[in-house]
Design a protein around this ligand. Structure first.
Ligand code: PGA
Length: 249
């Protein structure tokens, strides 16, 4: 299935960040009370810096925005410097005028994970769904912490991380060694993500080239979770030339 995914190839990761940040600024300019979805990881960092810069330069306020993040490590609380709550505060929320109480990140210390996850799903529905959600892609094709094998209709839940994800998150960028990486996470599901009105997936670097090619040009299959975006009505992949290098077209 070639699918509906729109592909934008940029020369550099800076250009990827500019394109994506521009989409977010446009979204909020057109609808100040937008519901935005955010992601963590190395890839979106430059985009967040650019969103913060543009928000100030172009006076686009995030005061009415509500946000939801894709996932959180199970067992880490928001003050832990490797938690995704900490990452979002540090990389984006502290640099724009979004209201903390309108930012939603799953609680990695929730006493009852199933209750936490259902409440998250309900909250997304109660604010009218996500307008625009930014995604990364794992080397193994995962989106959020939906590892290969995750069903297309999966919802927010407690999941186990694969060895490949544990290793790629302990390569010195985040955790120092694999033993420190939590083995589980709370993750929005593929169904949760597919419900967003608009999706933008970013990938940079040659390590992502295989996953990108399989997601865009391979089978629609849970073996490559990002391929399950192929039939989304409004999904764009913004790639640099390295991550796009294995695409046939
Ligand atoms: P990365 O992670 O941006 O750190 O490469 C992406 C992901 O695993 O989804």
């Amino acid at each position: 299935m070639a699918g509906n995914i729109k592909i934008v190839v940029c020369k550099t990761s800076e250009e990827v960040a500019k394109k994506c940040a521009g989409m977010f600024i446009e979204q909020v300019r057109n609808k100040p009370a937008s519901v935005l979805g955010f992601a963590t990881g190395s890839t979106p960092e430059k985009t967040y810096a650019e969103i913060a810069r543009l928000s100030k330069a172009e006076k686009v306020s995030f005061a009415k925005v509500t946000s939801f993040n894709l996932d959180e490590y199970w067992g880490l609380d928001g003050d832990h410097d490797q938690s995704y709550r900490y990452f979002m505060n540090d990389k984006l929320f502290n640099h724009i005028d979004i209201r903390t109480w309108n930012t939603n990140v799953l609680n990695g210390k929730a006493r009852f994970p199933a209750v936490e996850c259902q409440a998250y799903e309900d909250k997304i529905v109660s604010v009218g769904g996500v307008d625009l959600w930014i995604l990364g892609i794992g080397n193994n094709g995962h989106i959020a912490f939906n590892e290969p094998g995750s069903p297309v209709d999966s919802r927010t839940r407690l999941v186990s991380l694969t060895q490949s994800t544990i290793e790629s998150n302990s390569d010195g960028r985040f955790f120092k060694n694999a033993n420190e990486v939590p083995r589980c996470a709370l993750s929005t599901g593929i169904g949760t993500i597919r419900d967003a009105k608009k999706l933008v997936l970013l990938a940079t670097g040659a390590k992502k080239a295989d996953a990108v090619a399989k997601a865009v040009e391979g089978a629609f299959s849970p073996d490559v979770p990002a391929s399950l975006l192929q039939d989304h009505p409004d999904c764009t992949f913004i790639l640099d030339t390295d991550s796009a290098s294995k695409l046939k077209k």
